[in-house]
Design a protein around this ligand. Structure first.
Ligand code: NDP
Length: 488
C-alpha cells in the first residue's frame, strides 16, 4: 500500500522537494508498512514558503469579501465530493477506523470551510459616533501570515480548523503537519488551488519540531496556531512571545466527565465510551476521568464492561471495525506504560489492559480498550494525559465534592456531565473550570461553537465567531470633521 505524494512540500501552488532535508517515512500504523517517504524542510524551503505566503496574503486581502468566501465554499464542496478518497487517506495517515474518518475528518473540515466562508463574506467593523466634530470606525484587519502546527490525531480537521478562520479573515497560512501524519494537509493545499485561491495562500511544509520552531520565530510570521501537547505549547508560546506574535494554543487535557445517579445510564455509558475510545482514545478533549456517583457505580461498571467487550478492533479499512491502532508503536509503548502504572498503583482493571493477539494484530500498534475502576485522584492515570483508549472511573458521593475534584487539575480543556436534573446540570456546568462543557453528551464539536481550553490546556478559540477574533486585529480610524484645536 502506497500513498506517496508527488513531493514533500506544497508551496506557491505546486509540489516542491529538497532532498537535502532530513528523510523520514510515513508508516501505516495498522501494518507497520512504509506508505510514503518524505523530507523535512530545509531553511531554503521555509524561506520559499514564507515568501510566497507573504505575496499571496497581500493579494488575498485585496479581494472582495464575497470572492474570498467563494473560494472557501468551493474548497468545502470539493472536499465533500472527495470525502471517500480523503477519508481513506486520513485512515492511512493515522490508522483511525474508516467508519470514523468517513464522518469526522474531511467532513468536519468541509463544515469549517463552509461556515467560515459565510464569516468571510460578512466581516465588518463598527461605526462610533463622537458628536458633531468626529466619528470613528473600526476595521477587522488580517494579521498577515499565520503559521499552523498540527498534532497527529486529526491531520485534516486540524489543518481545516486553522486554515478556515485564518483565510476567512484575510490571512495566508503556512502549515506544518506532525511528521507522523504528513499526507492529508498536502491534499488540502491542492484543493485550495483548485478552488481558486492565490498560489501561496496555503502552503504546507513538512518537518519535525525544529521546523515548527523556525516557522514560529520567522520574521514574517504574525501568528502561530498550535495543536499539540502542553510542553510543546509552552515552548511555542514563549518563542512566539519573543516577537510579540499572536497565538492560539490548543493543548492537552485530562477532562472530567461526571455521571450523577439520576442520569440515563445507557447515554452516560455511551458518552463515556465515545469520550475515551473514539479515535482509539487519541482526542485532546477526552473525558478520561469518569466520576460516577457511588450509588450507581457497580451497575455502571458492569454495563460498561459489557459494551466495551463488544468493541471490534481490527483492520481500519474494514467498515465494520470500530477501533484501529494507535498512531505508532512508540505511542503504544507509552500507553502500555500507563496501564502498568495503573495496575501498580492498585487501580482495579475492569476490562482490557493488553495488546490483542492474533491475525492482523502482530504488526500494528493495537491496544485493547481499557477501563480502570477504584481510581483515586492521586494516581498517575488520573493526573496525566495518556492519549490512548484508557478510561479511569472514580467514585464520588456529593455534588460539591465532585466539582472540587473535577477542577483539581492543571488542565481545563473540556468537561461533561450526565444528569436529568436541569438545575443541577447548569449549576455544575457553571462551576467546572473548562473551555467547553457538555451536558448529557460528550465530545461534540460542531463548527458553530467555540472550542478551546483554559488553564494549561491553552489559549484562544477555534471554531465559532470567536475564532475570527484570534485571526484578526481591530484597527480604529478616528475621523475629525472640525478644526484642530491646538493650544499653541
Ligand atoms: P506535540 O506537542 O508533540 O507536537 C505538536 C506539533 O508541534 C507537531 O507538529 C510537532 O512536530 C510540533 N513541535 C514540536 N516541538 C516544537 C517546537 N519546539 N516548536 C514548534 N513546533 C514544535 O503533540 P503530538 O503531535 O504528540 O499530539 C498530541 C498532543 O496534542 C496531545 O497532548 C493532545 O492533547 C494535543 N491535542 C490537542 C488538541 C486540542 O485541540 N486542544 C487536539 C489534538 C491534540 P513533531 O511532530 O515533529 O514533534
Amino acid at each position: 500500500m502506497r500513498a506517496q505524494p508527488e513531493a514533500s512540500h506544497f508551496i506557491d501552488g505546486a509540489y516542491v522537494e529538497d532532498d537535502a532535508g532530513k528523510a523520514f517515512e510515513s508508516v501505516y500504523a495498522a501494518t507497520g508498512a512504509v506508505i510514503a517517504k518524505l523530507h523535512s524542510a530545509t531553511p531554503a524551503i521555509i524561506e520559499k514558503a514564507m515568501a510566497s505566503a507573504v505575496r499571496a496574503q497581500r493579494e488575498w486581502a485585496s479581494w472582495l469579501p464575497a470572492e474570498r468566501a467563494r473560494v472557501l465554499r468551493r474548497a468545502a464542496d470539493i472536499i465533500r465530493a472527495r470525502n471517500e478518497a480523503l477519508s481513506e487517506l486520513e485512515t492511512l495517515d493515522t490508522g483511525k477506523a474508516i467508519q470514523e474518518t468517513l464522518v469526522a475528518d474531511a467532513s468536519s473540515g468541509a463544515d469549517s470551510l463552509e461556515w467560515f466562508s459565510a464569516q468571510a463574506a460578512s466581516l465588518s467593523g463598527e461605526s462610533v459616533p463622537l458628536g458633531d466634530d468626529a466619528f470613528a470606525y473600526t476595521v477587522r484587519a488580517p494579521l498577515g501570515v499565520c503559521v499552523g502546527i498540527g498534532a497527529w490525531n486529526y491531520p485534516t480537521q486540524i489543518a481545516c480548523w486553522k486554515a478556515a478562520p485564518a483565510l476567512a479573515a484575510g490571512n495566508a497560512m503556512v502549515f506544518k503537519p506532525s511528521e507522523m501524519t504528513p499526507l492529508c494537509a498536502l491534499k488540502l493545499a491542492e484543493i485550495f488551488i483548485e478552488a481558486g485561491a492565490p498560489k501561496g495562500l496555503f502552503n504546507v511544509v513538512q518537518g519535525f519540531g525544529d521546523v515548527g520552531a523556525a516557522l514560529s520565530t520567522h520574521k514574517d510570521t504574525a501568528k502561530v496556531s498550535l495543536t499539540g501537547s502542553v510542553p510543546t505549547g509552552a515552548k511555542v508560546y514563549a518563542a512566539a512571545a519573543s516577537g510579540m506574535r499572536h497565538v492560539t494554543m490548543e493543548l492537552g487535557g485530562k477532562s472530567p466527565l461526571i455521571v450523577f445517579e439520576d442520569a440515563d445510564l445507557e447515554d452516560a455509558i455511551g458518552g463515556a465510551m465515545l469520550g475515551n475510545f473514539y479515535s482509539t482514545g487519541q482526542i485532546c478533549s477526552n473525558g478520561t476521568r469518569v466520576f460516577v456517583q457511588k450509588s450507581i457505580l457497580e451497575k455502571f461498571l458492569s454495563r460498561l464492561a459489557e459494551r466495551t467487550a463488544a468493541i471490534r478492533l481490527g483492520d481500519p479499512l474494514d467498515p465494520e471495525t470500530h477501533l484501529g491502532p494507535l498512531i505508532s508503536q512508540g505511542q503504544r509503548d507509552k500507553v502500555m506504560s500507563y496501564i502498568e502504572k495503573g495496575k501498580a498503583e492498585r487501580a482495579r482493571l475492569v476490562i482490557g489492559g493488553g495488546i490483542p493477539a492474533g491475525d492482523g494484530f502482530e504488526k500494528g500498534a493495537y491496544i485493547e480498550p481499557t477501563v480502570f475502576a477504584d481510581v483515586t485522584d492521586d494516581m498517575t492515570i488520573a493526573r496525566e494525559e495518556i492519549f490512548g483508549p484508557v478510561m479511569s472511573v472514580l467514585a464520588f458521593e456529593t455534588e460539591d465534592e465532585v466539582i472540587e475534584r473535577a477542577n483539581g487539575t492543571e488542565f481545563g480543556l473540556a468537561a461533561g456531565l450526565f444528569t436529568k436534573d436541569i438545575a443541577r446540570a447548569h449549576r455544575v456546568a457553571g462551576k467546572l473550570a473548562a473551555g467547553i462543557c457538555w451536558i448529557n453528551t460528550y465530545n461534540l464539536t460542531p463548527v458553530e461553537i467555540p472550542f478551546g481550553g483554559v488553564k494549561h490546556s491553552g489559549f484562544g478559540r477555534e471554531n465559532g465567531k470567536a475564532a475570527i477574533e484570534f485571526y484578526s486585529q481591530l484597527k480604529t480610524v478616528h475621523v475629525a470633521l472640525g478644526r484642530v484645536d491646538a493650544p499653541y
